[in-house]
Design a protein around this ligand. Sequence first.
Ligand code: FNR
Length: 188
Amino acid sequence: PPYSVGYFIGSLSTASINRQLAGALVKIAPAELHMREIPIGNLPLYNYDFDEDYPQSARELKRSIADVDAVLFVTPEYNRSIPGALKNAIDWASRPWGQNSFTNKPSAVIGGSIGAIGTAVAQQNLRSVLSFCNSPQMNAPEAYLQITPGLIAEDGTITNDGTRQFLTDWMQDFYQFITRVLTVLPRS
Ligand code: FNR
């Protein structure tokens, strides 16, 4: 069946290589996955004073997550963790207490770095956060990408055959993972 997937881009930079990666993943996604970005750039910094009355941007964030079958995190690694902007968005979505948007929402994490570690450490950090948020995560396959100049063309084509095949299979695995999770935990 078709599923909607909301993807978060952890970087706010205009030239973000993770934005390029997200574009490439949209291109190679199985036809059953309807991909749409969930933007995080307009959120104020979370604190629980807002719990009484969420601002419009945070309401839209929670609405966007509620509207999709699954979420995908495409994130850089900043100082061996995820960027603060992404953590802030997750904190917003996880609250007010008792209204955590990630409960039972299937997720996957992926990311690209200019360095060889390929966001491995950031992804491990993000997995801890998503575990606490009770999101069923695709554990395997993992995907750690070193994004070298030219690997992703301007139109989103992945120029390396092996990488393109690997990521195509990875998106197919994500589709199958979503199918399995939603069989056990259908959306209410
Ligand atoms: C980085 N970068 C980086 N790379 C990495 O592999 N591990 C790391 O811990 C860090 N730390 C880090 C901190 C900060 C503040 C910046 C700005 C950058 C380099 C990073 O991989 C590179 O800037 C990417 O281009 C970031 O991804 P986006 O923003 O282009 O998608």
